[in-house]
Design a protein around this ligand. Structure first.
Ligand code: DC
Length: 232
């Protein structure tokens, strides 16, 4: 007889953390699609904050101004299986938030306490009903420390840089391997040495090294782990 999820088990919270370009977002999106869950990319939220600070010309040292910015910022996610769209105060910024200077800005703005507080509130609100796959840096450690399944994805830096170059080229953006590699190292360091919610593996997270894996293999490995837990 075919097993079916019971109500509770079909509403898991799945946390996927890991360094930049470790394959989290593609994997998380495909897992969500396989489980018919919602995918939430928390990095995009910090990217939207970084973009807004740039649009308003606010220096990241000016915390009161950042606070005012947070009071007027509206981040919306339009859910699509093929890839969610991000709206910032009503405008679609899905492409703009992927630009290189925004990656650095996102990493820097995510160090500010009030920014993290707001984003974590938003993330908890979006995920509280379960049935979500959420990826980021602190999902398993801070946002949902009691998530049903936690994964920590890693891959060596050359592999990550190579994948990022291919991804950018596919979007028609020229990218230099060395520059991308340097940028990833800078971000890993910035994200893992910060005081608040630094990037680290939760003790109970399963580590997946994707260096030699294809996307399909990464997805399969994670889905097997989730289903084993659901049917245990
Ligand atoms: O996942 P990403 O590369 O799009 O994230 C952009 C930046 O946002 C990342 O360098 C650090 C920050 N971030 C964070 O601090 N916490 C998260 N849960 C997700 C991202």
């Amino acid at each position: 007889m075919e097993k079916v999820y019971n109500d509770n088990k079909s509403r898991y919270i799945i946390a996927i953390d890991g360094p930049a370009a470790s394959g989290k977002s593609t994997t998380a999106r495909l897992i969500a699609s396989e489980l018919q869950y919602v995918y939430i990319d928390t990095g995009a939220m910090y990217r939207a904050c970084g973009l807004r600070s740039k649009q308003l010309g606010i220096s990241l040292d000016n915390v009161p101004k950042i606070g005012e910015m947070l009071d007027e910022i509206k981040i919306e996610i339009v859910f699509h299986e093929a890839g969610n769209r991000f709206l910032l105060n009503g405008s679609d910024v899905s492409e703009m938030i992927r630009e290189k200077d925004i990656s650095r800005l996102a990493s820097d703005i995510s160090q500010i306490g009030i920014v993290r507080e707001r984003m974590v509130d938003l993330q908890r609100d979006l995920g509280k009903g379960g049935g979500v796959v959420m990826d980021g840096r602190d999902i398993g450690t801070v946002v949902f420390p009691h998530a049903d399944c936690k994964f920590f994805m890693i891959a060596d830096v050359d592999t990550r840089a190579q994948r990022r170059v291919i991804e950018l080229k596919a979007k028609g953006i020229e990218a230099d391997f060395e520059e991308v590699r340097k940028d990833l190292i800078w971000r890993d360091n910035n994200d893992s040495t910060r005081k608040l919610a630094p990037l680290r593996k939760a003790e109970d997270a399963i580590e997946i090294d994707t260096t030699g894996l294809t996307i399909d293999e990464q997805v399969a490995e994670i889905v097997i782990n989730i289903k084993n837990k659901m049917y245990a």
